[in-house]
Design a protein around this ligand. Structure first.
Ligand code: 4NP
Length: 171
């Protein structure tokens, strides 16, 4: 590969939850906010998807939008299901919000390289010690706040991980 091409490659990140209307669109917005703040958004492609297609074509859950907006995040993404035919090849990091999302993604993966791209969001946590980002859909307001707390923390960790990885790959 021409050396110039490497620097032009974007790091592609896909966040995945069940419905793609609460957790993963929020992760997408938090991560986009972080890379914008750092002035490095041109190096990234960031998207989200759901393991279920129930809400395909819908904007984020209005409750999630309200809580996100209070922290300055505008949830603009429209729900879509994971496409196993294209997403596993396209994205470098595929990040599951909970264990069921991870099981579903593992079942969709067709080869070892696909499995290697799978991570749990909370594996990148710095301050919190949660095993997953809990589904806020059937709960109260505090669930939506917890989602944002966990995502702000783990997206920071993810950005540090990606930056370190990129440095090592360039050496
Ligand atoms: P999400 O939340 O996976 O964070 O988008 C949910 C959205 C919808 C449903 C469950 C969880 N649902 O049952 O429709």
């Amino acid at each position: 590969m021409h050396p110039k091409q490497k620097t032009m490659d974007k790091t592609k990140i896909l966040f995945v939850c069940l419905g793609n209307i609460c957790r993963s669109p929020s992760a997408e917005a938090v991560m986009k906010g972080l890379v914008e703040k750092e002035g490095i958004s041109k190096n990234f492609e960031i998207d989200s998807a759901g393991t279920a297609a129930w809400h395909a074509g819908e904007p984020a859950d209005p409750r999630m939008q309200v809580h996100a907006r209070k922290r300055g995040y505008n949830l603009t993404s429209i729900s879509r299901p994971v496409n196993p035919e294209t997403d596993f090849d396209k994205f470098d990091y595929i990040i599951a919000m909970d264990e069921q999302n991870m099981r579903d993604l593992k079942n969709m993966a067709k080869k070892k390289e696909h499995l290697d791209k799978l991570h749990m969001m909370t594996d990148f946590s710095k301050e919190y010690n949660y095993k997953s980002v809990p589904d806020p859909y059937y709960g109260g307001e505090e669930g939506f706040e917890l989602v944002l707390d966990l995502l702000e923390d783990s997206c920071q960790g993810l950005l540090e991980h990606v930056s370190e990885n990129e440095q090592t790959n360039k050496k």
